[in-house]
Design a protein around this ligand. Structure first.
Ligand SMILES: [Zn+2]
Length: 301
């Protein structure tokens, strides 16, 4: 049986408000389970504007029309405008997603802080970020979070240790093929990782000359290969401008005989212990957490 699991990252106030329910409705139309990972604290996306000044980033921004996809107001949150508290503003939408039967989990407290600083924060600071998110999650859903997926695929020993302390069922912070128990250096962690192996829409849109049809064909082809496949989508893209594309993709999975299964189905097999390292993914700037061995290398362009 060929399968794929859907992981939905929700990064911003606007994505939560306008992108989440349309995405949930597309999944329902295709009887597709999906796990929604919410950003639960302040939207400080504007601070990420600094990234524009890093070498190699601006052309990607231009190509993928970040302002159009995220909105100018979003790009000012945390700089010229105060960042709205996403969890407080949109608790009803988040609960609605759970009521519709979707699994929910923690993306972060503050997306910008985690993505840019998790490697330089102290273990206590990392734990504090996760505790803030876990506490807001509990307030919203009335139960503790069972899973998490870190912003920008950023993981480090402190974040994996914090997951272990929370006792999560699993996390999905990494790139690569196949669930595993992560190891960094001599430290082994208890919380399994269910990595994303398929390329994301924004990574492919960032490459020159890619049509949406070609991106669909590539993802369906990769998901047809053996292994537990995971696709990450973003409420800000696949829930808004690219919602019709996402609908087409789910139809293409169905036509190819690929079943969409819950993300936690990745836990059903015995998990190997594998090193978690820093690596690169085509179409994405900077380094991300990668499953060190297995079939994953750089995803071919
Ligand atoms: Zn994110």
């Amino acid at each position: 049986m060929r399968t794929v699991a859907l992981k939905i990252d929700v990064d911003t106030d606007r994505g939560t408000r306008d992108g989440v329910l349309p995405l949930a409705n597309i999944c329902r139309r295709h009887h597709a389970p999906a796990t929604f990972f919410f950003s639960l604290g302040p939207d400080h996306t504007g601070r990420a504007i600094r990234r524009v000044f890093r070498p190699g980033f601006f052309s990607k921004v231009a190509r993928t029309h970040v302002a159009g996809n995220y909105g100018w107001k979003t790009l000012l949150y945390g700089t010229l405008l105060p960042g709205p508290h996403i969890g407080r503003r949109h608790a009803a939408i988040m609960r609605r997603v759970a009521d519709l039967g979707f699994e929910t989990g923690i993306h972060c407290h503050d997306h910008f802080t985690w993505q840019d600083y998790v490697h330089s924060m102290s273990p206590d600071q990392v734990r504090h970020q996760l505790d803030l998110a876990a506490s807001t999650y509990h307030d919203i859903f009335g139960v503790p979070a069972r899973c998490a997926a870190a912003p920008g695929w950023q993981a480090c020993p402190a974040s994996l240790a914090a997951y272990d302390t929370l006792g999560l069922d699993y996390a999905s912070d990494t790139r690569g093929l196949g669930p595993f128990l992560p190891k960094i250096g001599t430290a082994t962690f208890r919380t399994p990782q269910i990595p994303t192996d398929l390329p994301t829409l924004d990574e492919r849109l960032g490459l020159p000359g890619r049509t949406l049809e070609a991106i669909t064909a590539e993802i369906v082809h990769l998901a047809s290969q053996p292994g537990f496949h995971v696709l990450t989508a973003h409420a800000e893209l696949e829930g808004l401008r690219y919602a019709p594309w996402f609908d087409t993709l789910l139809r293409a999975f169905n036509q190819a005989g690929i079943e969409i299964v819950p993300l936690h189905d990745g836990l059903s097999t015995e998990l190997p212990t594998v090193n978690l390292i820093q690596g690169e993914v085509e179409g994405r700037s900077g380094q991300v957490a990668v499953r060190a061995i297995g079939t994953f290398t750089r995803i071919p362009a």
